[in-house]
Design a protein around this ligand. Structure first.
Ligand code: ZN
Ligand code: ZN
Length: 395
Protein backbone atom coordinates (compact mmCIF):
# COMPACT_ATOMS: atom_id res chain seq x y z
CA UNK A 1 0.00 0.00 0.00
CA UNK A 2 1.05 3.60 -0.39
CA UNK A 3 2.67 5.81 2.20
CA UNK A 4 -0.03 6.81 4.69
CA UNK A 5 -1.20 10.40 4.82
CA UNK A 6 -0.95 12.19 8.13
CA UNK A 7 -3.54 11.41 10.80
CA UNK A 8 -5.06 14.85 10.70
CA UNK A 9 -5.68 14.55 6.95
CA UNK A 10 -6.94 10.97 7.26
CA UNK A 11 -9.39 12.21 9.90
CA UNK A 12 -10.91 14.57 7.33
CA UNK A 13 -11.81 11.83 4.84
CA UNK A 14 -15.51 11.37 5.79
CA UNK A 15 -16.11 15.10 5.66
CA UNK A 16 -14.17 15.58 2.42
CA UNK A 17 -16.20 12.77 0.87
CA UNK A 18 -19.41 14.49 1.92
CA UNK A 19 -18.26 17.83 0.44
CA UNK A 20 -17.23 16.17 -2.81
CA UNK A 21 -20.49 14.29 -3.20
CA UNK A 22 -22.51 17.41 -2.47
CA UNK A 23 -20.67 19.26 -5.26
CA UNK A 24 -21.18 16.24 -7.51
CA UNK A 25 -24.94 16.29 -6.90
CA UNK A 26 -25.08 19.98 -7.89
CA UNK A 27 -23.01 20.44 -11.05
CA UNK A 28 -22.79 23.92 -12.57
CA UNK A 29 -21.48 24.90 -16.00
CA UNK A 30 -18.93 27.39 -17.31
CA UNK A 31 -19.04 30.76 -15.58
CA UNK A 32 -22.47 29.97 -14.14
CA UNK A 33 -21.22 28.40 -10.90
CA UNK A 34 -22.87 30.54 -8.17
CA UNK A 35 -23.61 27.73 -5.72
CA UNK A 36 -20.17 26.17 -5.95
CA UNK A 37 -18.43 29.55 -5.64
CA UNK A 38 -20.59 30.51 -2.67
CA UNK A 39 -19.78 27.24 -0.88
CA UNK A 40 -16.07 27.70 -1.56
CA UNK A 41 -16.07 31.30 -0.28
CA UNK A 42 -18.12 30.39 2.82
CA UNK A 43 -15.81 27.52 3.67
CA UNK A 44 -12.65 29.59 3.24
CA UNK A 45 -14.10 32.26 5.55
CA UNK A 46 -15.08 29.55 8.00
CA UNK A 47 -11.51 28.20 8.01
CA UNK A 48 -10.32 31.67 9.09
CA UNK A 49 -8.81 32.85 5.81
CA UNK A 50 -7.32 36.35 5.96
CA UNK A 51 -9.19 37.51 2.89
CA UNK A 52 -11.70 36.01 0.48
CA UNK A 53 -12.50 37.83 -2.75
CA UNK A 54 -15.50 36.67 -4.76
CA UNK A 55 -16.50 37.49 -8.32
CA UNK A 56 -12.98 37.47 -9.76
CA UNK A 57 -13.28 36.96 -13.53
CA UNK A 58 -17.03 36.51 -13.17
CA UNK A 59 -17.48 33.82 -10.55
CA UNK A 60 -13.90 32.96 -9.52
CA UNK A 61 -12.93 32.97 -5.84
CA UNK A 62 -9.52 34.00 -4.48
CA UNK A 63 -8.61 33.24 -0.86
CA UNK A 64 -5.53 34.59 0.90
CA UNK A 65 -3.84 32.74 3.75
CA UNK A 66 -0.89 34.28 5.56
CA UNK A 67 1.77 32.42 7.52
CA UNK A 68 4.92 33.70 9.25
CA UNK A 69 5.84 37.07 7.75
CA UNK A 70 2.38 36.98 6.24
CA UNK A 71 0.92 40.11 4.65
CA UNK A 72 4.31 41.88 4.61
CA UNK A 73 5.74 39.23 2.30
CA UNK A 74 6.55 40.21 -1.27
CA UNK A 75 5.83 38.16 -4.41
CA UNK A 76 8.92 36.02 -3.72
CA UNK A 77 7.00 34.64 -0.75
CA UNK A 78 3.67 34.19 -2.47
CA UNK A 79 2.47 31.10 -4.31
CA UNK A 80 -0.81 30.33 -6.10
CA UNK A 81 -2.69 27.03 -5.73
CA UNK A 82 -5.51 26.50 -8.20
CA UNK A 83 -8.60 24.29 -8.51
CA UNK A 84 -11.38 24.34 -11.12
CA UNK A 85 -15.10 24.30 -10.22
CA UNK A 86 -17.11 23.71 -13.42
CA UNK A 87 -18.93 20.61 -14.67
CA UNK A 88 -19.84 19.42 -18.19
CA UNK A 89 -23.01 19.25 -20.33
CA UNK A 90 -23.11 15.43 -20.16
CA UNK A 91 -25.95 13.24 -18.89
CA UNK A 92 -24.61 11.18 -15.99
CA UNK A 93 -24.82 7.40 -16.26
CA UNK A 94 -22.94 6.27 -13.15
CA UNK A 95 -26.08 5.29 -11.23
CA UNK A 96 -24.26 6.46 -8.08
CA UNK A 97 -26.28 7.49 -5.03
CA UNK A 98 -24.61 10.90 -5.26
CA UNK A 99 -25.22 11.22 -9.03
CA UNK A 100 -26.02 14.59 -10.58
CA UNK A 101 -29.40 16.00 -9.66
CA UNK A 102 -29.51 18.02 -12.88
CA UNK A 103 -30.38 16.30 -16.15
CA UNK A 104 -27.76 16.74 -18.88
CA UNK A 105 -25.13 18.07 -16.54
CA UNK A 106 -22.44 16.30 -14.53
CA UNK A 107 -19.00 16.52 -12.98
CA UNK A 108 -17.40 14.27 -15.59
CA UNK A 109 -13.92 15.75 -15.29
CA UNK A 110 -13.55 15.51 -11.51
CA UNK A 111 -13.48 19.24 -10.83
CA UNK A 112 -15.71 18.45 -7.82
CA UNK A 113 -12.77 16.44 -6.49
CA UNK A 114 -10.21 19.14 -7.37
CA UNK A 115 -12.24 21.78 -5.52
CA UNK A 116 -12.65 19.47 -2.52
CA UNK A 117 -8.93 18.58 -2.35
CA UNK A 118 -7.95 22.25 -2.37
CA UNK A 119 -10.62 23.06 0.24
CA UNK A 120 -9.29 20.25 2.44
CA UNK A 121 -5.77 21.64 2.11
CA UNK A 122 -7.09 25.14 2.81
CA UNK A 123 -8.59 23.98 6.07
CA UNK A 124 -5.48 22.09 7.15
CA UNK A 125 -3.15 24.95 6.23
CA UNK A 126 -5.39 27.53 7.93
CA UNK A 127 -5.19 25.47 11.13
CA UNK A 128 -1.44 24.86 11.02
CA UNK A 129 -0.07 27.90 9.12
CA UNK A 130 3.32 26.15 9.03
CA UNK A 131 4.64 28.20 6.12
CA UNK A 132 6.16 31.63 5.66
CA UNK A 133 4.45 34.02 3.27
CA UNK A 134 1.08 34.03 1.54
CA UNK A 135 -0.80 31.25 -0.19
CA UNK A 136 -3.17 32.50 -2.88
CA UNK A 137 -5.97 29.95 -3.35
CA UNK A 138 -7.62 30.25 -6.74
CA UNK A 139 -10.94 28.53 -7.49
CA UNK A 140 -11.74 29.16 -11.11
CA UNK A 141 -14.90 28.82 -13.19
CA UNK A 142 -15.11 27.82 -16.85
CA UNK A 143 -12.09 25.56 -17.24
CA UNK A 144 -13.93 23.52 -19.87
CA UNK A 145 -13.27 25.52 -23.02
CA UNK A 146 -14.21 28.98 -21.83
CA UNK A 147 -10.88 30.23 -20.47
CA UNK A 148 -11.99 31.01 -16.93
CA UNK A 149 -8.35 31.28 -15.80
CA UNK A 150 -7.71 33.97 -18.40
CA UNK A 151 -10.85 35.81 -17.22
CA UNK A 152 -9.46 35.81 -13.66
CA UNK A 153 -6.09 37.06 -14.95
CA UNK A 154 -7.87 39.76 -17.01
CA UNK A 155 -9.70 40.74 -13.83
CA UNK A 156 -6.35 41.40 -12.15
CA UNK A 157 -5.76 38.18 -10.20
CA UNK A 158 -2.01 38.03 -10.90
CA UNK A 159 -1.59 41.81 -10.91
CA UNK A 160 -3.23 42.21 -7.49
CA UNK A 161 -1.59 39.11 -6.03
CA UNK A 162 1.73 38.63 -7.83
CA UNK A 163 3.22 35.22 -7.04
CA UNK A 164 6.53 33.46 -7.63
CA UNK A 165 4.93 30.18 -8.63
CA UNK A 166 1.61 28.52 -9.47
CA UNK A 167 0.46 24.92 -9.14
CA UNK A 168 -2.56 22.83 -10.16
CA UNK A 169 -3.65 19.18 -9.89
CA UNK A 170 -5.84 17.11 -12.20
CA UNK A 171 -7.02 13.59 -11.51
CA UNK A 172 -6.06 10.89 -14.00
CA UNK A 173 -8.13 7.74 -14.65
CA UNK A 174 -6.03 4.63 -15.14
CA UNK A 175 -3.38 5.80 -12.71
CA UNK A 176 -3.72 4.01 -9.35
CA UNK A 177 -5.19 5.91 -6.41
CA UNK A 178 -2.27 7.02 -4.26
CA UNK A 179 -0.01 7.48 -7.29
CA UNK A 180 1.06 10.74 -8.91
CA UNK A 181 2.64 11.77 -12.18
CA UNK A 182 3.88 14.71 -14.16
CA UNK A 183 4.85 15.48 -17.75
CA UNK A 184 8.11 17.40 -18.05
CA UNK A 185 7.89 20.50 -20.27
CA UNK A 186 4.90 20.75 -22.65
CA UNK A 187 2.25 18.66 -20.89
CA UNK A 188 -1.09 19.48 -22.50
CA UNK A 189 -1.83 20.70 -26.01
CA UNK A 190 -2.73 24.10 -27.37
CA UNK A 191 -6.11 24.02 -29.04
CA UNK A 192 -8.14 26.23 -31.31
CA UNK A 193 -11.39 26.06 -33.25
CA UNK A 194 -12.65 27.27 -36.61
CA UNK A 195 -16.18 27.60 -37.90
CA UNK A 196 -16.10 27.36 -41.69
CA UNK A 197 -19.01 28.57 -43.81
CA UNK A 198 -18.92 27.61 -47.50
CA UNK A 199 -21.47 29.45 -49.61
CA UNK A 200 -22.30 28.49 -53.16
CA UNK A 201 -25.42 28.64 -55.26
CA UNK A 202 -28.08 26.03 -54.52
CA UNK A 203 -30.18 24.31 -57.11
CA UNK A 204 -31.80 21.14 -58.43
CA UNK A 205 -29.69 18.01 -58.04
CA UNK A 206 -30.49 17.26 -61.70
CA UNK A 207 -28.97 20.53 -62.92
CA UNK A 208 -25.58 20.89 -61.15
CA UNK A 209 -24.30 23.05 -64.00
CA UNK A 210 -26.75 25.72 -62.90
CA UNK A 211 -25.51 25.65 -59.30
CA UNK A 212 -22.20 26.19 -57.47
CA UNK A 213 -22.04 23.16 -55.21
CA UNK A 214 -20.73 23.94 -51.68
CA UNK A 215 -20.83 20.22 -50.78
CA UNK A 216 -18.15 19.27 -53.31
CA UNK A 217 -16.05 22.29 -52.34
CA UNK A 218 -16.40 21.37 -48.66
CA UNK A 219 -15.32 17.79 -49.34
CA UNK A 220 -12.20 19.14 -51.06
CA UNK A 221 -11.48 21.37 -48.05
CA UNK A 222 -11.82 18.40 -45.68
CA UNK A 223 -9.39 16.35 -47.77
CA UNK A 224 -6.89 19.17 -48.23
CA UNK A 225 -6.94 19.98 -44.50
CA UNK A 226 -5.50 16.51 -43.82
CA UNK A 227 -2.29 17.59 -45.53
CA UNK A 228 -1.56 20.27 -42.92
CA UNK A 229 -0.30 17.69 -40.43
CA UNK A 230 1.07 15.22 -42.99
CA UNK A 231 2.79 17.68 -45.38
CA UNK A 232 3.26 21.06 -43.72
CA UNK A 233 3.96 20.65 -40.00
CA UNK A 234 7.37 19.20 -39.03
CA UNK A 235 6.84 15.44 -38.49
CA UNK A 236 8.64 15.78 -35.15
CA UNK A 237 6.06 18.31 -33.89
CA UNK A 238 2.88 16.55 -32.69
CA UNK A 239 -0.29 18.07 -34.18
CA UNK A 240 -3.91 17.16 -34.93
CA UNK A 241 -6.36 18.83 -37.31
CA UNK A 242 -9.88 17.35 -37.12
CA UNK A 243 -12.99 18.38 -39.01
CA UNK A 244 -15.61 17.43 -36.46
CA UNK A 245 -18.88 18.54 -38.00
CA UNK A 246 -20.37 19.06 -41.48
CA UNK A 247 -23.86 20.40 -42.01
CA UNK A 248 -25.50 21.29 -45.31
CA UNK A 249 -28.72 20.52 -47.10
CA UNK A 250 -31.45 18.05 -46.14
CA UNK A 251 -33.04 16.70 -49.32
CA UNK A 252 -32.09 13.97 -51.83
CA UNK A 253 -32.66 16.17 -54.84
CA UNK A 254 -31.46 19.62 -53.78
CA UNK A 255 -27.96 21.07 -53.93
CA UNK A 256 -27.78 23.28 -50.84
CA UNK A 257 -26.50 26.84 -51.01
CA UNK A 258 -24.46 26.56 -47.83
CA UNK A 259 -22.35 24.11 -45.81
CA UNK A 260 -21.05 24.71 -42.31
CA UNK A 261 -18.09 22.84 -40.85
CA UNK A 262 -16.33 22.81 -37.51
CA UNK A 263 -12.62 22.24 -37.13
CA UNK A 264 -10.56 21.59 -34.00
CA UNK A 265 -6.76 21.59 -33.90
CA UNK A 266 -4.16 20.64 -31.29
CA UNK A 267 -0.41 21.16 -31.02
CA UNK A 268 2.31 21.93 -28.48
CA UNK A 269 3.73 25.29 -29.50
CA UNK A 270 2.55 28.72 -30.59
CA UNK A 271 4.60 28.45 -33.78
CA UNK A 272 2.87 25.25 -34.89
CA UNK A 273 -0.51 26.74 -33.96
CA UNK A 274 0.18 29.74 -36.18
CA UNK A 275 1.27 27.47 -39.03
CA UNK A 276 -1.94 25.44 -38.73
CA UNK A 277 -4.13 28.54 -38.70
CA UNK A 278 -2.37 30.17 -41.67
CA UNK A 279 -2.43 26.96 -43.69
CA UNK A 280 -6.05 26.15 -42.83
CA UNK A 281 -7.20 29.61 -43.89
CA UNK A 282 -5.19 29.38 -47.11
CA UNK A 283 -6.65 25.97 -47.97
CA UNK A 284 -10.18 27.24 -47.33
CA UNK A 285 -9.71 30.41 -49.38
CA UNK A 286 -7.87 28.83 -52.30
CA UNK A 287 -10.11 25.77 -52.49
CA UNK A 288 -13.19 27.97 -52.45
CA UNK A 289 -11.69 30.04 -55.27
CA UNK A 290 -10.96 26.90 -57.28
CA UNK A 291 -14.57 25.74 -56.93
CA UNK A 292 -16.12 29.17 -57.49
CA UNK A 293 -17.74 29.36 -54.06
CA UNK A 294 -17.23 31.75 -51.15
CA UNK A 295 -15.83 30.80 -47.75
CA UNK A 296 -15.62 32.40 -44.35
CA UNK A 297 -13.45 31.14 -41.48
CA UNK A 298 -14.30 32.35 -37.96
CA UNK A 299 -11.78 31.60 -35.25
CA UNK A 300 -13.33 33.62 -32.46
CA UNK A 301 -15.19 30.60 -31.18
CA UNK A 302 -13.97 30.52 -27.61
CA UNK A 303 -10.41 31.54 -26.87
CA UNK A 304 -7.66 29.32 -28.29
CA UNK A 305 -5.85 27.67 -25.38
CA UNK A 306 -2.05 27.89 -25.38
CA UNK A 307 -0.01 24.76 -24.58
CA UNK A 308 0.34 23.91 -20.88
CA UNK A 309 4.08 23.93 -20.28
CA UNK A 310 5.56 22.80 -16.96
CA UNK A 311 8.60 24.74 -15.77
CA UNK A 312 11.69 22.71 -14.79
CA UNK A 313 12.44 23.97 -11.25
CA UNK A 314 8.78 23.99 -10.18
CA UNK A 315 8.31 20.50 -11.67
CA UNK A 316 11.15 19.24 -9.44
CA UNK A 317 9.55 20.87 -6.39
CA UNK A 318 6.21 19.26 -7.25
CA UNK A 319 7.93 15.88 -7.75
CA UNK A 320 9.63 16.14 -4.35
CA UNK A 321 6.27 16.88 -2.71
CA UNK A 322 4.57 13.99 -4.55
CA UNK A 323 7.37 11.58 -3.57
CA UNK A 324 7.14 12.68 0.06
CA UNK A 325 3.40 11.92 0.03
CA UNK A 326 3.24 8.76 -2.09
CA UNK A 327 6.75 7.29 -1.99
CA UNK A 328 9.21 7.33 -4.90
CA UNK A 329 7.78 4.19 -6.49
CA UNK A 330 4.33 5.72 -6.81
CA UNK A 331 5.45 8.85 -8.66
CA UNK A 332 6.01 8.93 -12.44
CA UNK A 333 8.18 11.73 -13.79
CA UNK A 334 8.09 10.48 -17.39
CA UNK A 335 4.44 10.71 -18.44
CA UNK A 336 3.81 11.44 -22.12
CA UNK A 337 2.18 14.72 -23.12
CA UNK A 338 -1.58 14.64 -23.62
CA UNK A 339 -3.45 16.12 -26.60
CA UNK A 340 -6.17 17.43 -24.27
CA UNK A 341 -6.02 21.14 -23.47
CA UNK A 342 -5.98 22.81 -20.07
CA UNK A 343 -6.96 26.28 -18.96
CA UNK A 344 -4.12 26.45 -16.39
CA UNK A 345 -1.93 27.08 -19.47
CA UNK A 346 -2.87 30.77 -19.24
CA UNK A 347 -1.47 30.97 -15.71
CA UNK A 348 1.73 29.08 -16.61
CA UNK A 349 2.31 31.64 -19.39
CA UNK A 350 2.71 34.35 -16.78
CA UNK A 351 4.10 32.52 -13.77
CA UNK A 352 6.41 29.49 -13.53
CA UNK A 353 4.72 26.44 -12.10
CA UNK A 354 3.67 22.84 -12.51
CA UNK A 355 0.49 20.98 -13.40
CA UNK A 356 0.46 17.43 -12.05
CA UNK A 357 -1.76 14.36 -12.08
CA UNK A 358 -3.14 12.42 -9.11
CA UNK A 359 -4.31 8.86 -9.72
CA UNK A 360 -8.08 8.29 -9.99
CA UNK A 361 -7.80 4.50 -10.13
CA UNK A 362 -9.69 2.24 -12.48
CA UNK A 363 -12.48 4.69 -13.40
CA UNK A 364 -14.08 5.54 -16.73
CA UNK A 365 -12.14 8.15 -18.73
CA UNK A 366 -12.63 11.90 -18.22
CA UNK A 367 -15.73 13.32 -19.97
CA UNK A 368 -17.33 9.86 -20.05
CA UNK A 369 -20.93 9.65 -18.65
CA UNK A 370 -19.79 6.80 -16.37
CA UNK A 371 -16.82 8.71 -14.97
CA UNK A 372 -16.71 9.59 -11.28
CA UNK A 373 -13.99 11.17 -9.17
CA UNK A 374 -12.56 8.62 -6.74
CA UNK A 375 -13.10 9.76 -3.15
CA UNK A 376 -10.19 7.54 -2.12
CA UNK A 377 -7.92 10.02 -3.96
CA UNK A 378 -9.05 12.98 -1.82
CA UNK A 379 -6.54 12.55 1.07
CA UNK A 380 -3.64 12.17 -1.38
CA UNK A 381 -4.56 15.40 -3.12
CA UNK A 382 -4.88 17.21 0.21
CA UNK A 383 -1.57 15.76 1.43
CA UNK A 384 0.15 16.89 -1.79
CA UNK A 385 -1.06 20.48 -1.40
CA UNK A 386 -0.04 20.58 2.26
CA UNK A 387 3.40 19.11 1.53
CA UNK A 388 3.85 21.47 -1.42
CA UNK A 389 3.02 24.51 0.75
CA UNK A 390 5.71 23.47 3.22
CA UNK A 391 8.27 23.21 0.40
CA UNK A 392 7.45 26.32 -1.64
CA UNK A 393 7.11 28.62 1.38
CA UNK A 394 9.34 27.08 4.08
CA UNK A 395 8.68 28.43 7.56
ZN1 ZN B 1 -12.41 18.29 -18.72
ZN1 ZN C 1 -10.72 18.80 -16.10
Amino acid sequence: MNAPVSNSIAAMIPELTEWRRDLHRHPELGYDVPRTARIVAERLRGFGFDDVIEGVGGTGVVGLLHGGSGPAAGPEKRVLFRADMDALPIHEATGAAHASGVAGRMHACGHDGHTTMLLGAARHLAETRAFDGTLVFCFQPAEEGEAGAQAMIDDGMLARFPVKGAYAVHNWPGMPVGAFGVVRGPAMAATGKFLVTVEGVGGHAAFPHMARDPVVASAAIVSAAQTIVSRVVDPLDPAVVSITSIHGGDAFNVIPDKVEMKCNYRCFSDAVGETIETEFRRICADTAAAFGVRVRVDAGFGKPYPPTVNHPAETETALDAMRAVAGVHNVRDDLKPVMGAEDFAFVLRQVPGAYVFVGNGDSAMLHNPKYDFSDAALPYGVAYWVELARRVLPA
